[in-house]
Design a protein around this ligand. Structure first.
Ligand code: ATP
Length: 235
């Protein structure tokens, strides 16, 4: 047990070219914690995940993982350090088979185990191992992306739009699996359009609006209060 957070974003400013999207933003994901990142379209949620995984460089500020700064290392090195980003609608190689998608994440010698773990997590993938990932249904692709991330045992999992466009039964299956990962002490930062579900899953939440944090607190506090409709515009 450690008090060092899995992720600390300190006074981060970043954006695209001339346009600044996130301004002086700070956020913490405790070790083994599950944190929801919410906010309207265009608030900067995806931008924040990209800045953490290294797809987007910081203009200023710092990103720390387990107390160690990763601000100036590249995406693949951050991945090696234990960050895994499941991007919205992506995270798979469509022209490769399901098995190849899983095996390429494995360490040498761990190929068979990678496949076994993925199938244990999402049994449907077991019937699809030789199918090209691009021909899977949307739900199966999402399962594969999350299972492939899991192969690497990431210390910090970033999930962008876990459930967007998926059937309720698939969403249940994905969240059940994420709950098991969380119980295993993986730290998770999750973005989901369906704020209620994200808040039921997470312990704490940040609400972003126009690149700034407007709420930072307990998931239950947000869920059970007027703040929810205030910040998230829910009926
Ligand atoms: P959504 O739920 O719609 O994805 P979001 O909260 O994830 O919203 P971002 O995708 O991070 O928001 O976008 C934040 C802002 O950055 C938006 O104004 C968007 O237009 C802008 N933006 C995003 N990607 C790029 C890019 N590649 N180049 C320039 N601007 C971008």
């Amino acid at each position: 047990v450690t008090d060092t957070p899995a992720l600390e974003v300190r006074r981060l400013t970043t954006g695209y070219g001339e346009s600044t999207v996130l301004r002086d933003l700070s956020l913490t994901v405790p070790a083994g914690g599950v944190v929801a990142l919410l906010g309207p379209n265009g608030a900067g949620k995806t931008t924040l995940l990209r800045a953490v995984s290294g797809l987007l460089p910081a203009q200023s500020g710092q990103v720390l993982m387990g107390g160690r700064t990763i601000t100036n290392i590249r995406a693949h090195e951050r991945a090696r350090a234990g960050v895994c980003h499941v991007p919205e609608g992506g995270g798979i190689f469509p022209s490769l088979t399901v098995r190849e998608n899983l095996v390429m994440q494995a360490i040498p010698g761990g190929e068979a185990e990678a496949t076994e773990r993925a199938v244990a997590a999402f049994p449907i993938l077991g019937d699809r191992l030789r199918q090209r990932a691009g021909t899977l249904s949307g739900g199966q692709r999402r399962m594969l992306a999350i299972a492939a991330a899991h192969v690497r045992n990431p210390a910090l999992l970033l999930v962008d739009e876990a459930s967007l466009g998926l059937a309720p039964i698939v969403v249940e299956e994905i969240f059940d699996f994420l709950r098991r990962l969380a119980a295993d002490r993986a730290a998770i930062l999750i973005v989901d359009q369906f704020a209620v579900r994200a808040l039921e899953f997470a312990q704490s939440a940040y609400v972003l609006r126009k690149g700034e944090i407007v709420f930072d607190g307990g998931a239950e506090d947000l869920l059970g209060s007027d703040l929810f409709s205030h910040y998230l515009g829910a009926p």
